[in-house]
Write a protein that binds this ligand. Structure first.
Ligand code: GDP
Ligand code: MG
Length: 321
């Protein structure tokens, strides 16, 4: 998610006022010196708003409407940030920009009304100074909301880019069964590691092409590789976000590892993702004994099954169907 951060108030103000000075400096001479002064002051008043509008309102506009997000991301958003707090912070930002806009209009009208008389030059400059002072104090008050927004944006920027409306294969199975290796074999793109806020290892997201369309393959280290029943609430939520993805679970079995544990994990995952398709891959057939392979086959009997090794081609063919 490509969200811009907002600069700190001091930097925003410095940028606004330096634009104001530049604009005033570039202001062309008018018929009379007084018109020139007034014109410069008007230019100074316009510049900060133009800058603040283009930077701050853009951030507000770019922030996705959580209600309209794909359910997968909607879940992730609500786990990762306080959506309400962030919305309130952004509302404060846009309200401030609106106040500055109104002030700008009032000040410009007031400036235009100043007649050429004693004290008029000072009066014009005072109006600008007063306006700058109010802009400063308004923007400084945004310190809290800006921090809240930036913290949220930083977290959201880390979310993996998974296309929730496209088909995905999700790898599951105990550690060391060969999920990442398999991922490398079936994906044609180099898998990218994306931070996933609920695991230290993040997700690996890769893809292959099926009938000209990219199909995503997602490896979930730390998520679908331990008994679900031992998960805490946050982990369960992190897992449940995957329920929204359209896809198939590839459950990888290692014949060299304890079989009952793997069966139990499979049963839990199957229950959790009851609406998804499953493919079971019995891996490491090159090093497992016939007996171990048979045991694994028996353990998962009745379920859809493909063998790795010589079966990898079958898996690829299956995935490309
Ligand atoms: N002999 C053999 N080793 C494999 C196979 N697949 C993976 N491995 C090895 O098993 C170990 C764990 O693999 P990895 O893909 O990291 O497992 P993950 O933890 O499930 O992602 C690594 O040393 C791999 O080289 C296989 O088909 N045959
Ligand atoms: Mg791995």
């Amino acid at each position: 998610m490509n969200l811009k951060l907002i600069e700190k108030p001091d930097i925003l103000l410095e940028a606004s006022f330096s634009r104001a000075r530049k604009k005033a400096g570039a202001y062309a001479k008018q018929k009379t010196p007084f018109y020139t002064i007034k014109g410069k002051e008007i230019a100074k008043i316009e510049a900060p708003y133009d800058f603040l509008e283009s930077t701050l309102l853009k951030v507000v506009k770019d922030f996705p409407s959580v209600d309209k997000l794909e359910p997968f991301y909607k879940d992730l958003f609500t786990f990762v940030i306080d959506v309400n707090e962030t919305k309130i912070a952004l509302a404060k930002v846009s309200a401030t920009v609106r106040i500055i806009k109104n002030m700008r209009r009032e000040k410009i009208i007031a400036l235009k009304e100043i007649r050429y008389e004693k004290g008029a030059v000072q009066h014009s400059k005072d109006l600008t100074r007063e306006y700058f002072g109010r802009v400063s104090s308004l923007i400084k008050k945004l310190k809290g909301p800006i921090t809240i927004y930036n913290d949220a944006a930083r977290k959201l920027r880390e979310l993996p880019s998974i296309k929730a409306d496209q088909e995905a294969y999700i790898l599951a199975g105990f550690p060391n069964v060969g999920k990442s290796t398999l991922m490398g074999k079936i994906t044609t793109s180099t898998p990218k590691t994306a931070a996933y806020p609920f695991t230290t290892k993040g997700l690996n997201v890769g893809s292959f092409i099926k009938k000209y369309l990219p199909i995503q393959v997602i490896d979930t280290p730390g998520l679908l590789d331990r008994p679900i029943s031992k998960r805490n609430n946050i982990e369960l939520k992190a897992i449940s976000a995957f329920q929204h993805l359209k896809g198939t679970i590839i459950f990888v079995v290692d014949p060299l590892q304890e079989m009952l544990e793997q069966q139990n994990l499979f049963a839990e995952i199957k229950k959790l993702f009851s609406d998804k398709g499953f493919i079971i891959v019995i891996n490491k057939t090159d090093v497992a004994s016939d007996e171990q392979i048979k045991k694994a086959q028996k353990a998962f009997e009745g379920n859809f099954m493909i063998l790795e090794g010589e079966g990898l081609d079958n898996l690829k063919a299956e995935l490309l169907k």
